[in-house]
Design a protein around this ligand. Structure first.
Ligand SMILES: Nc1nc2c(ncn2[C@@H]2O[C@H](COP(=O)(O)OP(=O)(O)O)[C@@H](O)[C@H]2O)c(=O)[nH]1
Ligand SMILES: [Mg+2]
Length: 197
């Protein structure tokens, strides 16, 4: 399936305990500014469904988008970005705690979509986060964002290097550009299948 995902903004929360029960949740994880909100907009083919920002660290809330019918209980959840350098230690720790609590305490979270910047490659913090997700036995879809920023001549090399770091084959990573639409139809299909399961 390559048609836009039927997503509606449901609500935001500063703590997962504020959220009602769901049937299943797919969480979007990645550092601040990696392109999480832009990806949600591209998946839904909507310009302003999720708020994007040139200022990193703006999203400090869990933003819930419901998939399909009203009250389907099938959610795509935009998590706050981790590791924004300009936050205080205290704020960074609060954010990490919030993400950890959300991932480990909500039983209906079945899958993580883990984003890294394809042009920059997975950072130390990305690798730590992905290791942690693997450790808590969460299924992970790996996504390399902003591929439009890589020169065509560098693309294969950069993708192989990133895949090596992550310990997977390049073909196991979804390489996308939310700006150009690259890889978006395939990822829509994959996420629609997860949310429909
Ligand atoms: N070139 C390019 N820029 C992107 C892409 N996706 C997001 N961005 C930019 O990266 C910045 C952060 O995006 P945003 O979606 O708000 O990231 P978030 O903090 O992870 O939600 C914004 O300035 C976006 O315009 C992409 O596919 N290509
Ligand atoms: Mg965002």
């Amino acid at each position: 399936m390559s048609s836009p995902l039927p997503l509606r903004f449901l609500r935001s929360a500063s703590d997962h305990e504020q959220l009602p029960e769901s049937l299943l949740e797919v969480a979007i994880v990645g550092r601040s500014n990696v392109g999480k909100s832009s990806l949600i907009n591209a998946l839904a083919a909507r310009k302003k469904l999720a708020r994007t920002s040139k200022t990193p660290g703006a999203t400090q809330l869990l933003n819930v988008f419901e998939f399909g019918d009203e009250d389907s209980g099938r959610w795509l959840v935009d998590l706050p970005g981790y590791g924004y350098a300009k936050l205080s230690k205290r704020q960074l720790q609060d954010m990490a705690d919030m993400i950890n609590d959300y991932m480990t305490q909500r039983e209906t979270v079945v899958q993580a979509i883990s984003l890294f910047d394809a042009n920059v490659g997975p950072t130390e913090l990305d690798l730590q986060t992905i290791d942690w997700l693997r450790h808590i036995d969460l299924e992970i879809v790996l996504v390399g964002t902003k591929v439009d920023k890589i020169k065509a001549s560098q693309r294969g090399k950069k993708q192989r290097a990133a895949a090596d770091k992550l310990g997977v084959k390049s073909g196991e990573i979804a390489w996308v550009s939310s700006d150009k639409g690259t890889g978006i139809p395939e990822l829509r299909g994959q996420i629609a299948a997860l949310l429909s399961s």
